[in-house]
Ligand binder design. Structure first.
Ligand SMILES: [Zn+2]
Length: 296
């Protein structure tokens, strides 16, 4: 190593070590690491890393993935660019904070005058808003669902299934339930979420039974079928995992249905958790804990 190279190397070392304690740094995920461990190592909260990197599925880290590690004492906040049609109240609601908190943090003189393209900071109070809140249903689908009348108190549970097949669609399952299983109302579920093989990845199909508010045919107990909404994700989660798009759609749909049926996240169950007969559905790879953690 010549003198110049030595000097450069020394300077680089000094730069690295001279970074002020608590400044933002980057962590590259190694095999076997999870968020809990990484957060502990840097002395920051898991929620801070999730918010800083806008992680959709914190439970799924990739080896080699770069994570921004926020400063140890950095308050949890994120930047948001105002879009056409945004209101302060709407932005606050979507992020689960009060409008006042946003006004204070940004010193907004006139909160009724937000410009499109304006960048504001949103305080995140301890934990980031769940994906079900950050990724609401597409407006057209929400509009369609809003027009279906739902009697208050009609539904008590929201039950998650997998199709246990690699491919499938609402149509193919309807055919199977109607002609092979001889169910006169066809598709036993109220909703089907596609995996890109038979339906678009993450596509949500509204079943006939939801449109007409009929009981489902997805559980062994008839009494439970009468009060349980059935959502089926296309896929076999004994072998595979749901796609990221499917989980996003599931968070959004489940969040919507909880609001619509006025149920809490305790109403959300997997088939295995609620069935009166033993079942493996929705498969050992279905991320039940992540689902519950990502609901409002
Ligand atoms: Zn099932």
């Amino acid at each position: 190593m010549n003198r110049l190279a030595q000097a450069t190397a020394l300077a680089a070392t000094l730069l690295l070590t001279a970074a002020p304690a608590g400044a933002q740094t980057t962590h590259v995920v190694r095999a076997g690491e999870n968020l809990d461990g990484i957060a502990r190592r840097y002395g920051v909260r898991v929620a801070a890393i999730v918010a800083e990197n806008e992680l959709e599925r914190p439970e799924l880290l990739r080896v080699g993935q770069s994570l921004k590690i926020p400063a140890r004492d950095a308050p949890l906040r994120k930047r948001y660019t105002v879009e056409d049609g945004d209101t302060l109240g709407g932005i606050a609601r979507d992020h689960g904070v009060s409008p006042d908190a946003i006004i204070q943090l940004n010193n907004l003189a006139d909160p009724n005058r937000l410009r499109v393209g304006q960048v504001i900071e949103i305080p995140l109070d301890g934990k980031p808003p769940p994906p079900a809140v950050r990724h609401p249903l597409p407006a057209s689908l929400k509009g369609e669902l809003d027009r279906i009348p739902v009697r208050p108190g009609r539904w008590k549970y929201i039950v998650i299934h997998h199709s246990a097949t690699d491919t499938g669609s609402a149509q193919s399952m309807d055919h199977y339930h109607r002609y092979r299983r001889r169910m006169e109302n066809g598709l036993a579920y109220h909703f089907v979420i596609g995996n890109g093989r038979g339906m678009r990845d993450g596509e949500i199909a509204i079943g006939h039974r939801w449109r007409t508010q009929l009981k489902g045919g997805h559980l062994a107990s008839d009494a439970l079928n009468d009060v349980a909404i059935g959502i089926c994700l296309v896929g076999n989660y004994e072998k595979n995992r749901p796609t990221a798009e499917q989980m996003r759609s599931l968070y959004a749909l489940t969040g919507y249905l909880m609001q619509r049926t006025r149920t809490a996240s305790t109403a959300v169950r997997t088939h295995r958790q609620i069935n009166t007969k033993p079942t493996d559905c929705p498969g050992r790879n279905f991320p039940t804990r992540a689902l519950l953690e990502n609901l409002p």
